[in-house]
Design a protein around this ligand. Sequence first.
Ligand code: ZN
Ligand code: ZN
Length: 266
Amino acid sequence: IIPLNFDEYLNLDEETKDNKPTTLKEEIKVEYKPSVNIIKDVENKVKEENISTIEKPVYKEEKIVEEVKVEKKKLPYLEYIGQLSGTYLLFQNEEGLYLVDQHAAQERINYEYYFNVLANPPKESIPLLIPFNIELKKEEALMLTNNLKVLEEVGLILEPSGVNSFFVREIPVWIKASSPEVMIEKIIYFLLERNEFNIATLRDSLAKQMACKASIKANHFVSKEEVSVLMKDLDLCFNPYNCPHGRPVFVKITNYEIEKMFKRVV
Ligand code: ZN
Ligand code: ZN
């Protein structure tokens, strides 16, 4: 393992903050960027001593530099004018009309939250007043039994309650959900399906899964106050313009396009 050069790490961190890279994945790459000098040293050593067993670090220097420069995407000024079909939020500014898919918007916010928190999930948990039960198949129960310690490390405390069932006693502090039971079940099934309990390596797909689950659905009234909180949170996102699955959050119809529809212009 190549140790990080901490001076460079800190500088890069500052640079990252200032330049605000556009996606979380890019930010992660920046965090783990090893010092160029250290890598050169190792490469030279390998050449000099002709040691083939030392693993060369895999990294792409040019790509990282390029990505650090990418600016965080900021939202323009938008005035809220109402909700359409209980699904889209309508905004306007001097350029035209904007439709925001409320589910996609909240999904982006939740995704970035879970992606960040899962990089280093806190161990703290919240005891449930009434533990709930999870029934599993025999082989799933066995797999879960072997991984109870791993789940405890991220604040999820389960206890066998029968031959193939478990009580969920305590849930992680980092779970934000109105019905955490559903979320916990989803997470457990997600990990079992993949037969892998390493939260850090699964955090991208796990974050997507949890983000979708926790987000407001279509056909749901959203108050003006909720809209303003949503837009503030969205503005803090690295990429407020797409949901984690790549769908657009915004659709813009310019004033010119509207005037064309009414044949005011050609
Ligand atoms: Zn979704
Ligand atoms: Zn999505």
